[in-house]
Design a protein around this ligand. Structure first.
Ligand SMILES: N[C@@H](CCC(=O)N[C@@H](CS)C(=O)NCC(=O)O)C(=O)O
Length: 395
């Protein structure tokens, strides 16, 4: 009965989205945006996503008998939820970025790579014991929330800031923050700009459908400065306009600035101001109302933090499998049934670490000293190293 109601609600939601086009309004290219009026990321009606947990939370039911994949125990989701859909399909569909080297990028051969992309692979590894069982769905800033709302993607892992409105009216549930970021500003060194205060009357290139657009207006208004936002729907077009001299500044998350600087005609001509214009905590999100699926993604992320804290890596994970230490035994699934409680195999964390690595490995592979970005860990260090990453106990 509850499931029937859920199906009806989902169908009604899909019809509303289809009727509305499910898209943001096209921002006029090259026009200043009305200050502080970022189009809502979702059609107004989509904000009525079913939120009654009594209706939408999957009850803990008998595990289904889906065929076990080669390599181990099958995830045991409650029937009917997103996790069951993914297992039946045999692949995870991950909403990703395709234009942001270091975070989410696609090469000429169609191969995706990046920090966010590795978290997609971690989720696939936990479910299928195979990090390749993931289909990447490239999404622009404007497209991303509709893709979650309509169920086109199972999870969105694409430099997306956790905000109240996205958690609330847009209808998402966020997993833990994987990258603590903040908005920054890129300018040409030759222009002699060293602070935002030097930018009175500046033209700033910014992508619509982002927190960036709103923060830009807030920051300049708070300083009493005039500016002209030159708004684009497309990220590469936004940067190209700046790079070709149409704007005095280009603003986005600092991670995005570092990434885009590598794409500039001459990266050495640009600098990133020493200012943080906002908090941009980036993390994976799923459609609100499927508590089990949200829990699964949440604990897959935590597993990468916990492994780093425990010193468990992709290279040494197998030496930990026979550990006598209770904390380790629970983490690798040698003891207890922690995975089962969230619909995953008990060794889900070991799978993630074996195939994709712990947080430090994921970070260094994509953003660390051996990459063009060489981003210091900063707030993205473990709490034991003065950062903000902290996993609750695996018990
Ligand atoms: N974190 C911000 C900004 C994320 C964002 O979409 N940034 C742009 C500029 S770097 C981007 O990745 N665009 C890629 C695209 O739309 O294809 C948000 O969640 O709104």
């Amino acid at each position: 009965m509850k499931r029937q109601m859920l199906v009806l609600l989902a169908a009604a939601l899909a019809m509303v989205l289809a009727a509305c086009g499910g898209q943001q309004q096209q921002a006029p290219v090259g026009q200043p945006s009305a200050a502080g009026t970022e189009a809502p990321a979702a059609p107004a009606d989509a904000t009525e996503a079913p939120a009654d947990p009594a209706v939408t939370e999957a009850p803990a039911e008998v595990p289904t008998a889906a065929p076990a994949p080669a390599g181990g125990e099958m995830a045991q989701p409650a029937t009917g939820g997103r996790l069951q859909t993914i297992i039946s399909r045999g692949t995870l569909i991950c909403g990703a970025n395709q234009v942001l080297p270091g975070f989410g990028n696609v090469d000429a051969a169609g191969e995706f790579s990046g920090f966010d992309v590795d978290f997609c692979r971690a989720v696939a590894a936990a479910i299928f014991d195979d990090p390749t069982k993931v289909e990447f769905r490239p999404l622009t800033a404007a497209e991303r929330f509709t893709a979650v709302q309509t169920g086109e993607v199972d999870v969105l892992i694409r430099n997306t800031t956790h905000t109240l409105s996205r958690d609330g009216s847009v209808g998402l549930d966020f997993a833990p923050i994987t990258f603590y970021d903040g908005q920054g500003m890129m300018v040409r060194i030759a222009d002699g700009i060293s602070t935002i205060e030097d930018m009175a009357g500046a033209r700033v290139c910014v992508q619509t459908g982002t927190t960036t657009e709103l923060n830009l207006a807030d920051n300049f208004r708070a300083r009493g400065l005039d500016f002209e936002a030159v708004v684009f729907q497309d990220a590469d077009a936004t940067f190209a306009a700046y790079d070709s001299g149409q704007c005095d500044g280009f603003t986005t998350d600092k991670s995005g600035l570092v990434s885009y600087q590598t794409k500039a005609n001459d990266p050495t001509e640009h600098m990133i101001l020493d200012v943080t214009m906002s908090k941009e905590p980036l993390g994976p999100s799923v459609l609100q109302g499927d508590a089990q699926w949200a829990d699964a993604v949440t604990w897959i992320v935590f597993a990468t933090f916990e492994a780093e804290e425990l010193g468990i890596t992709s290279a040494n994970i197998d030496t930990f499998l026979a550990s006598e230490e209770p904390t380790i035994r629970r983490f690798v699934g040698a003891e207890g049934e922690l995975g089962q409680g969230i619909g995953l195999p008990n060794d889900f964390a070991a799978r993630v670490i074996r195939h994709v690595g712990n947080y430090e490995e994921i970070y260094n592979r994509n953003l660390g000293p051996d990459t063009p970005f060489n981003l210091p860990r900063g707030q993205n260090a473990l709490y034991t190293d003065g950062g903000l990453l902290y996993s609750p106990p695996f018990r």
